[in-house]
Design a protein around this ligand. Sequence first.
Ligand code: CDT
Length: 320
Amino acid sequence: MSRKRVVAAAQMGPIARSESREQVVRRLLALLAEAKGKGVEFITFPELALTTFFPRWMMEDEAELDSFYEGKLPGPAAAPLFEAAKAAGIGFYLGYAERFVEAGRVRRFNAAITVAPSGEIVGKYRKVHLPGHAEPQPDRAFQHLEKRYFEPGDLGFPVFEALGGRVGMLICNDRRWPEAYRVMGLQDVELVCLGYNTPLDHAGHEPINVLTGFHNALSMQAGAYQNASWVIGTAKCGREEGSLMLADSMIIAPSGEIVAKATTMEDELVTATIDLDMGRPYKETFFDFARHREPASYRLLTERKGAGDMLPPVRGAGID
Ligand code: CDT
């Protein structure tokens, strides 16, 4: 039976700080309606898709900060999106800021869910790789305080059944880390969905900043190819509250090829027909993990966090 699916990256232009959840959801509904007209079965919306990218500001007032987070989804503002998607028979990935209280402690995560066409939440992910800082940095036009406003995700990199295949999620900075894709590759993932907010001044070094688009494509194409999986990367982009953010939403095949890409910095639906079986020949040849991987040689990957001393030479290497 064919496993061809019509999917979309629902790119969003900027969200103003003053824009209400209801206004944002109306934009998401317009993208959903367009998707329905194009026969789309699954949509990937951006990271933190319901509000402006608030980690760019230092906020000391807890109530102000909390106003950017969601409790259990769907809340009243997002409910129309869930209802319309269910009525249209379309599944989706949605990034949002998650807040809850557990054993008297406030927990905050940069999270994403995958919702099946039935309306059921079938997957949940909390961003593992949090970029930026916990304290405001001097001389920066825009802060990036994800380390202040979120805890590192505690759910690992789950893969779950959706779209008749195996689906996983990442969030923004995760896409730069090969380990993130590999943990899902080892669960035979077939589609990785991810949303991002990538300010074009993020590195603080112009020679790196000008390569932002290249590095975005490079990391997602490598993740797709090396794990023989489709990747959908969806931006929130454009000049948001003065901060210019990368667009370039794209759909990438298990070959590493880009099959569809955004051409604007606004709300834009990017669609493609993807064959979930396309990764199979790669998984049976170059990337037959069971035959070719050598985990005993990768021990350092889980033993060390930062780069450190060189390992001592192995006895018998012929150089002692
Ligand atoms: N949202 C997010 O993770 N953005 C980062 C850039 C910020 S680095 C200070 C990214 O990797 O795109």
